[in-house]
Design a binder for this molecule. Structure first.
Ligand SMILES: CC(C)(COP(=O)(O)OP(=O)(O)OC[C@H]1O[C@@H](n2cnc3c(N)ncnc32)[C@H](O)[C@@H]1OP(=O)(O)O)[C@@H](O)C(=O)NCCC(=O)NCCS
Length: 356
């Protein structure tokens, strides 16, 4: 049996999510902002890529994504499957098979899962820390999903790693970098959307050679991050500047999932955003979501300075740990950088692949 023939709705997704996590105390609802825009055909992503959702009778859900920018970056007809949720192995196989058939009909020869079109929209299968809430921005995912995707013919091809920096100790204070001609400026909350566009343009350049990352348009970035304006304290969003030009960035945000579990509404719903803003002071951890330096200027100590500033700002705001997040397993420059701050591996996410 394959997926339903009618077009699935956000309600179908929520149904499956409700069933999978009904008894899960640390559950945090995944963000549905991007998914709802994809389903209504309004996502800026759809100006570049295409997507189609599949569901199985309230028991499984998935979305197939085809993005020429991803294919260009990897030099092959790669697709991805995201927003994957299933109540059983059989339902998982059905929904993944239907999604793979659609991807193949669009010329895709290999698909990754789970990946919501682009890692910035969420990706990777959670592999540990199942007794706590998921990392901010990531889906919950029970341990069984690994065997579900493997039963559907997927094999692990890579992944992402999070490293924890203990801000209550002193190791994070040690790294210093001798770069004297770089200054830093905080992102402006009043011009937040402009800052997000600037961040994204630089992010695209900095990550051009990083595994799995692919270009994201400024409009997509605004859709993704626009509502985070109140959730990101401005000391945690900075740009590095040399000769009046922005050359690097760092963006962190409190890991509000600590206080949102077991709230059952998505982080970017109106009530989720309000709770983030009001409960932030009870959060222990900051997630460093992205740090980058323009490619020609990497290896000069600027990334170390940006990370050091993020640690200091988080420490001064009262956070006790910083999770340096979603580093591709093959990203040596990033792993070396976080190691200088005493960063210890604390979470992993797997990315799976299937030849179609
Ligand atoms: C990761 C990144 C932010 C580091 O910033 P940077 O300014 O290039 O790094 P620094 O000069 O401060 O050096 C930090 C450490 O990384 C090492 N490093 C820098 N580039 C490297 C490379 N290409 N390969 C391996 N190690 C590298 C440096 O040797 C240094 O370690 P050491 O002092 O112990 O030798 C930067 O390389 C970058 O923007 N990369 C692309 C985007 C990215 O991967 N971001 C992080 C993922 S969230």
């Amino acid at each position: 049996m394959h997926a339903d023939s009618r077009s699935p709705t956000l309600g179908d997704y929520r149904d499956v999510v409700r069933r999978v996590y009904a008894d899960e105390p640390a559950f945090v609802h995944p963000d549905v902002g991007f998914l709802s825009r994809v389903l209504s055909g309004k996502a800026a992503y759809l100006r570049h890529g295409s997507a189609r959702a599949f569901s199985v009778e309230g028991r499984a859900f998935a979305v197939g994504f085809v993005d020429p920018r991803v294919q260009h970056k990897h030099g092959r007809a790669l697709g991805s499957i995201g927003f994957f949720e299933a109540t059983s192995r059989a339902a998982a196989i059905d929904v993944l098979t239907s999604t793979c058939e659609w991807l193949a009909s669009r010329g895709v020869t290999e698909t990754w899962a789970p990946l919501n079109g682009n890692p910035l929209f969420g990706g990777g299968l959670r592999e540990d820390r199942f007794d706590g809430p998921p990392f901010v921005g990531c889906a919950h995912q029970p341990p069984a999903y690994r065997s579900y995707v493997e039963a559907a013919g997927f094999v692990r091809v890579g992944g992402f790693q999070n490293f924890e920096i203990d801000l209550s100790g002193d190791a994070w204070r040690a790294p210093s970098a001798e770069v004297t001609d770089v200054t830093f400026r905080r992102a402006s909350r009043a011009r937040f959307l402009e800052e997000v566009r600037r961040f994204m343009a630089m992010h695209n350049e900095a990550f051009a050679d990083v595994w799995s990352e692919a270009e994201v348009s400024p409009d997509e970035a605004v859709e993704l991050m626009g509502r985070a304006r109140l959730a990101v304290p401005t000391p945690l969003f900075e740009f590095a500047v040399r000769d009046g030009l922005e050359i690097g960035f760092v963006l962190s945000m409190p890991d509000v999932n600590e206080v949102l579990a077991p709230q059952r509404s998505p982080v970017t719903s109106a009530s989720g955003v309000w709770k983030i803003a009001t409960r932030r002071r009870h959060v222990n951890s900051v997630g460093l979501l992205s740090v980058g330096v323009l490619p020609a200027l990497q290896g000069q100590g600027i990334g170390t300075m940006l990370t050091a500033r993020a640690c200091r700002a988080a420490h001064e705001l009262g956070f006790r740990r910083l999770e340096y997040a979603l580093v591709a397993e093959s990203n040596d420059a990033s792993k070396t950088t976080v190691a200088r701050f005493g960063g210890k591996l604390c979470r992993t996410f797997g990315v799976y692949s299937k030849d179609l």
